[in-house]
Design a protein around this ligand. Structure first.
Ligand code: CA
Length: 225
């Protein structure tokens, strides 16, 4: 029997087909959804599109090398990265480069070891809402809640972002209006309420039974779980 991990979306970047297949098989067996990419040029677009929970990144890749990928990735995302290197003696040098990677694995590796390292990193994820929690990507304006992608309008995205910057803090409607509209247009409280209502409906669809946005009577709203 396989012990199931908390399911995560894992992007495996590895140009050796056998290794990629091996990683995919083991990670899938642990309950994860796995996407494999072999071409370095495809990695960052895939990250932006799929917002994975973890990336396994081989360094020597066709198209673009893993170091350059990791550096650019860190300009827009904090997704955990496990770097896969071909040489154990390379790890010291990589550590010195301060790439922002979360772990390093050397080839040849045991796939079980990779699954265990992935599990250790994924456990560090904030998981206060059943799984997955809330993820906002400001570069793509995409949001995921409970591992479900939300179809948000720009105003709903900004609203969720504002609330999420200080979970547990109560925001008045006026404070939220300031954060939603940069042009200081006149917006009524009722408009805010209507956006909150729509946002709640979308969060509820993604995580039935969860009500992360709470109304504080006479004051405003807060995000809490
Ligand atoms: Ca390679």
């Amino acid at each position: 029997m396989t012990v199931q991990d908390t399911p995560a979306q894992i992007l495996v970047v590895e140009d050796e087909p056998k290794l990629a297949a091996l990683l995919r098989d083991y990670l899938s067996a642990a309950g994860h959804q796995v996407q494999c990419i072999a071409d370095g040029l495809e990695v960052l677009p895939a990250v932006r599109a799929a917002m994975p929970d973890l990336i396994l990144l081989d360094l020597m890749l066709p198209g673009r090398d893993g170091l350059a990928i990791c550096r650019e990735l860190r300009t827009f995302s904090d997704v955990p990265v496990i770097i896969i290197t071909a040489r154990v003696e390379e790890v010291d040098r990589l550590l010195g480069l301060d790439l922002g990677a979360d772990d390093y694995i050397c080839k040849p590796f045991s796939p079980r070891e990779v699954v265990a390292r992935a599990r250790a990193i994924l456990r560090r994820r904030p998981r206060s809402v059943s799984d997955g929690g809330l993820r906002l990507d400001e570069t793509t304006w995409k949001a995921r809640f409970n591992q479900v992608e939300l179809e948000l309008t720009p105003v709903e995205f900004r609203l969720l972002k504002a609330l999420n910057e200080h979970p547990g803090r109560v925001f008045s409607r006026d404070q939220l209006i300031d954060r939603l509209y940069s042009d200081h247009r006149v917006v009524t409280d009722r408009t805010v309420d209507s956006h909150v209502k729509n946002l709640r409906r979308k969060l509820e669809q993604a995580a039935p039974g969860q009500e992360p946005i709470q109304s504080i009577y006479g004051v405003g709203y807060k995000l809490e779980w």
